[in-house]
Design a protein around this ligand. Structure first.
Ligand SMILES: [Zn+2]
Length: 110
C-alpha cells in the first residue's frame, strides 16, 4: 500500500507527461468505480487503488488524465491511452500491464 501523498505525486508526474493540469486530486472511497473526472478538471480516485499494483494504478490514473483532454471514450481517447500504455510497457522491461479487475473499462472507470 502506498500513501495518498505518493499516489498524488504519481498523478502529477504522469500529468506532466501527458501534458494536462488537473486542478484538484482527491482520494476517497468510491463504490463502483476506480476514478472519475469532472469537467472542471477535478480528479477523484478510489482509495482501494492505493493497495493495487503499480501497473493498475498507472492505468487508472492515465485513464482519468486523458479525460482532461478527451471527455469521452472515443477513438482519439482510446488510441492515446494505448500509446501511453505501450510506452509504459517499453520502459518497464517489456512487462505486460495486467488488466486486473477491469472487466469492462467503460463501466468501471468513468
Ligand atoms: Zn473513462
Amino acid at each position: 500500500m502506498i500513501a495518498p501523498e505518493e499516489f498524488k505525486e504519481d498523478v502529477l508526474t504522469l500529468a506532466k507527461d501527458v501534458g494536462v493540469k488537473p486542478r484538484e486530486i482527491h482520494i476517497r472511497t468510491m463504490k463502483r468505480k476506480w476514478g472519475s473526472c469532472s469537467s472542471k478538471g477535478r480528479l477523484t480516485f478510489d482509495r482501494t487503488l492505493l493497495n493495487e499494483a503499480k501497473e493498475v494504478r498507472f492505468k487508472a490514473i492515465l485513464h482519468e488524465l486523458l479525460h482532461l483532454k478527451y471527455p469521452n471514450h472515443g477513438k482519439m481517447f482510446n488510441s492515446l491511452l494505448d500509446t501511453y500504455l505501450r510506452k509504459n510497457i517499453n520502459s518497464n522491461d517489456g512487462r505486460e500491464i495486467k488488466d486486473h479487475q477491469t472487466p469492462n473499462e467503460n463501466e468501471d472507470l468513468t
